[in-house]
Design a binder for this molecule. Structure first.
Ligand SMILES: O=C(O)CCC(=O)C(=O)O
Length: 297
């Protein structure tokens, strides 16, 4: 990897850039056919005891207008700046594998549409940190964590370029996190562009967070087997820019391929209570892995 203090054109040199290597196999369309929409409220301040009870029961809740237009456009400007090398210390951009050959030749707009995701960026751009540290958001997350102080442990930006943006197969986030199963984890997925079923908004299986770990397999990604999902009824979380989805770390969810001409950019933050240590790798594999379980996919 190129030393992270270097900026400029070398950052876009295919030799040094990072590329996402998950499979680009296309999913069956039947995996993403929502039968309902995730229920929600208008603002973060509308979340009271009834909404918290709803979240506990269904594992998800939409907030339709969590952030202002200015907060969203600032966050987009922050992301674009990081993609363009605006902070020389940041090297957390992952490009689509297909961009490997053409990356050095792409202009600014085109480069944005070659990105799959960014990770661990909030400390490199104050406009993005303003959202992950947003006091109104943290107040809600604290409540959902059972009145425990939130610590953000993962920040990602997930980008689905028009027509090209790939699926994130169905999974439970705790299958990726090395926290003990009993540790509460709250995910926050924030739409920066309008997110629709066509461009790959979040889809979830409401209530299934209460059913425990589902076995994951390495297929198109580390994921729940398609056969487990086929025939189940999902709920979609279409959002306007600045809207967000709160979801439990055990809730099965996924996003389809972007089949539309519209970009879909989103931020995703994960919070656990302050002071809980990530040290449960074996527990994670025992809970979510397929090895030794005599199961196939
Ligand atoms: O935004 C997406 O496409 C999916 C995000 C997601 O589910 C994840 O990264 O865990």
């Amino acid at each position: 990897m190129k030393p992270s203090t270097e900026a400029g054109p070398a950052r876009f040199d295919s030799e040094y850039a990072r590329f996402d290597t998950t499979s680009d196999d296309v999913h069956a369309p039947e995996l993403y056919q929502p039968a309902a929409a995730v229920a929600g409220v208008e603002t973060l301040e509308d979340i009271g005891p009834a909404e918290v009870a709803h979240y506990r029961k269904h594992g998800c809740l939409v907030v339709r207008s969590a952030f202002s237009g200015k907060e969203v456009s600032d966050a987009i400007a922050g992301l674009i700046s990081l993609i363009m090398g605006g902070n020389p210390a940041f090297d957390g951009v992952w490009y689509e594998a297909k961009a490997r050959e053409i990356l050095p030749k792409l202009g600014p707009e085109e480069r944005q549409d070659a990105v799959r995701k960014l990770g661990a960026f909030v400390d490199f751009d104050s406009r993005l940190k303003a959202l992950s540290d947003h006091p109104r958001l943290l107040k809600v997350v604290r409540t959902l964590l059972g009145d425990r102080e939130p610590a953000m442990f993962q920040d990602m930006a997930l980008i689905k370029p028009p027509r090209l943006g790939r699926e994130k197969p169905w999974h439970q986030d705790k299958a990726y996190f090395e926290y003990p199963l009993a540790t509460p984890v709250v995910g926050v997925w924030i739409a920066l562009d309008e997110a629709t079923v066509e461009n790959g908004c979040m889809q979830v299986l409401p209530g299934r967070h209460l059913e425990g770990p589902i076995v994951h397999f390495q297929r198109r990604d580390w994921q729940i087997c398609d056969n487990v999902i086929l025939g189940t009824k999902s709920a979609a979380a279409p959002l306007k820019p600045g809207g967000l989805l709160l979801f439990d770390g055990m809730l099965p969810h996924g996003t389809p391929h972007n089949s539309s001409p519209k970009r879909r950019r989103a931020l995703q933050f994960h919070y656990a209570p302050v002071g809980v240590e990530k040290n449960a790798k074996q527990e994670r594999l025992d809970n979510f892995g397929n090895e030794g379980k005599n199961v196939s996919c």
